[in-house]
Design a binder for this molecule. Structure first.
Ligand SMILES: *Cc1c(COP(=O)(O)O)cnc(C)c1O
Length: 485
């Protein structure tokens, strides 16, 4: 039965518009059992109603462009609109990934290959690594790629290593990635200074440890100064050091993971190097490696030829293969490229200086009101605790909900897991002193409200279309069906 019948049937339905028929469509045959028996139930609204509906929804959306978004560990900073513009250039946005690299297609693809190559070189310089793959699509994807590279290294050397060590403050993706790559994960406790307990670490480190995964500064916002010592101990046993680069904005231009002794690192371009993100995407998690791991990198890699042209290289017999289709999240790579060259060397250094200054400012202004998880100078984010408030029956979750009423996105709560009633605030480098001061005021006001009227905090939010949701039910029993109001 020819396709045009669908149109004929739907013509009788509620959406009366008859789409133009193409000969191609008309010639396709669709078996009867796949045809609709009755018209689709599509909502029928006028254009103006649709426009108002979507505008109304967009106004309810919260983003960095509307207000302060101090979600710790996520680096929700303002990103220059320039990056958006560059990633939309038609010469980039309209490229087909299968265009040839040279001759006719080269006129179209050489620029894109150059961007990938140059970004890779700049990231290598910033981090002190030998080479990068730009393929992974997120931080977690980069972690898995990195641990697969580690596994390939040990496999070839005949090392019988089965374990990965990670601190108990680690982001959940670290142990998850190591486990998916086939390792058993051993958790190392945090000491009283918020760093990895070095004595416990020494006890747990044996010849079966394939790698140690570290975030530095860690998820408590603290720099672990033992890291070089740990790297030496791990390398002595032919283990490898993995650097989770989600917090790179704290040390940008100040020190390089490669110089400290890390062998593999992932970066979250969407955290440190622009790209607005949230709700699961888009992202890019390029992975950098030291010399001895280069031969295992995923194919393809962009190389620069002697004549100055760029090409894709597939000739790496020991490669772990592909980890993503094509060349990574190219739009995100473009934004990182434009961000890095716009800021330049000095600009990147100012990023980390201001990120650290802002976090310490917020921390010191608030630590009398909410207890400090660790009362030490922090790096780019700080962790406060609502454990005093919890004694009055108000928990970190309630404070987060009340912040929504005050117009702010809540900080990360209940993470890192090692801090009771954790509230993890990352102001980022892009906020003004005025903005930080109004946020600090709001947090102080909430602390006073909790003293006098704790119930009102438990009732928050009251300014949103819905109050407290059953988040588990919302995630597990999703219902997307259209309901008549
Ligand atoms: C965000 C984050 C990750 C995971 O990165 P995604 O891009 O969200 O997959 C890993 N580790 C730390 C410390 C992070 O903050």
């Amino acid at each position: 039965m020819p396709v045009k019948l669908i149109y004929e049937k739907s013509k009788q339905g509620r959406c009366g518009v008859r789409p133009p028929q193409s000969d191609v469509l008309a010639r396709m045959e669709i078996p009867e059992e796949f045809m609709r028996s009755k018209p689709a139930e599509l909502p029928e609204v006028s254009e103006i109603d649709a426009v108002r509906h979507f505008n109304e929804l967009s106004r309810r959306n919260f983003g960095v462009d509307t207000s302060f978004y101090p979600l710790g560990s996520c680096t929700m900073k303002y990103n220059p609109k320039l990056g958006e513009e560059v990633s939309r250039y038609e010469g980039f946005a309209a490229l087909h990934p299968l265009l040839p690299q040279l001759r006719l297609g080269g006129m179209l693809t050489q620029g894109a290959l150059e961007v990938i190559y140059e970004t890779e070189r700049m990231l290598s310089e910033i981090t002190g690594m030998a080479e990068f793959t730009m393929q992974p699509m997120a931080g977690a994807h980069g972690e898995l790629t990195g641990v697969m590279l580690i596994a390939a290294y040990h496999r070839e050397r005949g090392n019988n290593k089965t374990k990965v060590l990670a601190p108990d403050s680690a982001h959940g993706t670290n142990p998850a990635s190591a486990a998916i790559a086939g390792y058993s994960v051993v958790s190392v406790p945090t000491d009283s200074r918020g760093r990895m307990d070095i004595d416990k670490f020494e006890e747990l480190l044996d010849d079966e440890v394939a790698a140690v995964m570290l975030t530095n500064p860690n998820t408590l916002g603290l720099f672990d100064e033992n890291v070089q010592k740990m790297a030496d101990m791990v390398h002595e046993r032919d283990g490898l050091m993995y650097y989770d680069g989600a917090n790179l904005n704290a040390i940008l231009g100040k020190c390089r993971p490669g110089d400290i002794g890390f062998d593999v690192i992932h970066l979250n371009l969407h955290k440190t190097f622009a790209t607005p993100h949230g709700g699961g995407g888009p992202g890019a998690g390029p992975v950098g490696v030291c010399e001895k791991l280069c031969e295992y990198l995923p194919i393809s890699l962009v190389v620069k030829r002697k004549d100055g042209t760029y090409a894709l290289e597939y000739d790496r017999p020991k490669s772990i293969g592909y980890v993503a289709p094509f060349y990574g999240n190219f739009g995100v790579i473009l934004k990182a490229y434009s961000y890095i060259i716009t800021l330049g060397r000095e600009g990147l250094v100012r990023v980390s200086e201001n990120a650290v200054l802002n976090a310490n400012y917020v921390f010191n202004m608030l630590k009398e009101y909410y207890s400090a998880a660790f009362d030490l100078p922090c790096m780019h984010e700080c962790v406060l605790s609502a454990q005093e408030q919890a004694k009055k029956g108000v928990r970190a979750l309630d404070i987060a909900k009340m912040l929504i009423d005050k117009g702010y996105h809540p900080p990360t709560i209940y993470f890192p897991l090692v801090v009771k009633e954790a509230m993890m605030i990352e102001p980022t480098e892009t906020e003004s002193l005025e903005m930080l001061d109004t946020f600090i005021e709001a947090m102080k006001e909430i602390a006073v409200i909790i003293e006098n009227d704790p119930q009102s905090c438990r009732d928050a939010p009251v300014t949103t279309p819905v109050g407290r949701l059953d988040e588990v039910a919302a995630a597990k029993n999703m219902d997307f069906s259209l309901k008549e109001r």
